[in-house]
Design a binder for this molecule. Structure first.
Ligand SMILES: *[C@@H]1O[C@H](CO)[C@@H](O)[C@H](O)[C@H]1NC(C)=O
Length: 431
């Protein structure tokens, strides 16, 4: 390349660095509203504690008895930059834990991360692409549940946009922001909000009681991956490509959230964490990186680490036949029968006796007999914000029981895994 071209490239890079938000720039500097103390923890239960010596020398949820317990990686930065690491770091942890507690039953679940960007800010949970925290995601999931990616519409499962696309006047999340379906109705391509998709909730969440290496290892080992904040720096963002990232004392600004899925030790004795990033599967080692463990490298071990325990009641209800799935969502049996349009069960949607159908699928006031495309005139009348559906909010006592059951499930997987686990590397010891 000619010198001028190099200079131009250098200038472009410099400018890019200058306008770019600090480092990964995805965590809120300051919360505008403090989290109410009663919302900081939910059915909080610390993980069992083993000593460093009792824990295995290497642990990787990507390789438990030769099988990965993790689901695919994401890229938060496409199709444009979005400061949503807080969302990705947290939902990755939760959907991996879902796979772990389900013990391999059912297909992998990719949570509808876009929903939190669309709707969270309306409830004070995060600032969309301007940043947020783990607590915003877990609070949203606790209150409203999260569908999976199969019901996200405009812009695909992830569009790296947020609530601001609904305009300054919007005060609540439109139905399309939560879950949607589209079909031709009466010959017209039509979309409608789905009120009752398969949703995933949490039965517990909290910040880890024991900061530092040992507490983190115990939580990961006993219950699954965790989400921690860290201070990235340009050298890491643009420079990491292999091996174990080391501390950089210049990196002081905690600006990123990532999922830690295990740990290990190099042959030369260098200890590291195995971390999943949300910058595409091409970053580092298939989307993961290693970072020095035990020295609070890049402020990863300061105690801003979180766990959550997911539940999957809707899935279980469909499996057991208690709920039935339709184009309009999942329903109790009688409801499902009522909502299917009369006659040939064609999606041509009519009011017939279907008050339920009207209620569930036709959100627009004064609309005759079809749900209206949101590109039409429904503006703001979608009656589908999750808070309109308190049926999703399970009583706390039941959630506590579910948390217990979920934990029992993890312990079972854990017990099997630790019996059979064959960690990679020569230094592996019998777990
Ligand atoms: C930290 O910043 C100083 C001053 O810019 C620089 O000289 C030093 O090399 C940096 N340290 C590391 C580990 O990058």
């Amino acid at each position: 390349m000619r010198t001028a071209a190099w200079a131009a490239l250098a200038l472009t890079l410099l400018l890019a660095a200058a306008v770019r938000p600090a480092a990964a720039g995805c965590r809120r500097r300051q919360r505008t509203e403090p989290v109410p103390p009663e919302d900081m923890y939910f059915n909080h239960q610390p993980a069992p504690q083993k000593t460093l010596e009792e824990l295995p020398k290497e642990w990787d949820w990507n390789n438990v008895d030769g099988r990965s317990m993790l689901v695919p990686s994401w890229n938060q930065h496409i199709p444009q930059y979005c400061g949503s690491c807080w969302l990705h770091g947290t939902t990755s942890m939760i959907q991996d834990r879902l796979k772990i507690v389900k013990g391999g039953i059912g297909p992998d679940v990719m949570l509808a991360r876009q929903v939190v960007l669309n709707c969270g800010a309306f409830h004070g949970y995060g600032q969309g692409c301007d940043g947020g925290d783990v607590i915003d995601v877990v609070r949203y999931m606790k209150h409203f549940g999260l569908p999976d990616e199969s019901c996200q519409a405009r812009g695909g499962p992830y569009s790296a946009t947020d609530h601001t696309k609904y305009g300054k006047a919007a005060t609540r999340c439109p139905g399309e922001g939560y879950c949607t379906n589209c079909m031709p109705l009466k010959g017209k391509d039509t979309c409608w909000p789905v009120h009752t998709p398969i949703r995933y909730y949490l039965s517990a969440y909290g910040k880890m009681d024991e900061p530092g290496e040992l507490g983190m290892m115990n939580e990961i080992y006993h219950r699954g991956p965790i989400t921690c904040s860290m201070a990235t720096h340009e050298g890491f963002d643009y420079g990491y490509h292999h091996g174990v990232a080391r501390n950089n004392p210049n990196a002081t600004d905690v600006d990123h959230d990532v999922e830690i899925v295990g740990w290990g030790e190099q042959e030369d004795g260098l200890k590291y964490w195995l971390v999943r990033n949300s910058w595409g599967s091409y970053f580092g080692q298939l989307g993961f990186f290693k970072i020095e463990r035990g020295v609070n490298a890049l402020r990863m071990e300061e105690g801003d680490c979180w766990y959550a325990i997911p539940t999957w009641q809707d899935e279980q209800d469909v499996r057991s036949g208690k709920k039935e799935g339709t184009m309009w969502g999942i329903f109790d049996k009688e409801e499902a029968e009522a909502i299917i349009p009369e006659g040939h069960r064609h999606p041509h949607f009519k009011h017939h006796d279907g008050q339920l159908a009207a209620q569930h699928a036709a959100p627009a006031e004064g609309d005759d007999d079809v749900a209206t495309s949101w590109d039409g005139t429904v503006g703001g009348t979608y009656d589908n914000t999750p808070e309109d559906h308190p049926d999703g909010a399970v009583p706390t006592q039941q959630q506590a029981q579910e948390a217990q059951q979920a934990l029992a499930g993890v312990q079972q997987v854990q017990a099997q895994a630790s019996l059979r686990v064959r960690p990679f590397g020569a230094a592996a010891e019998q777990a």
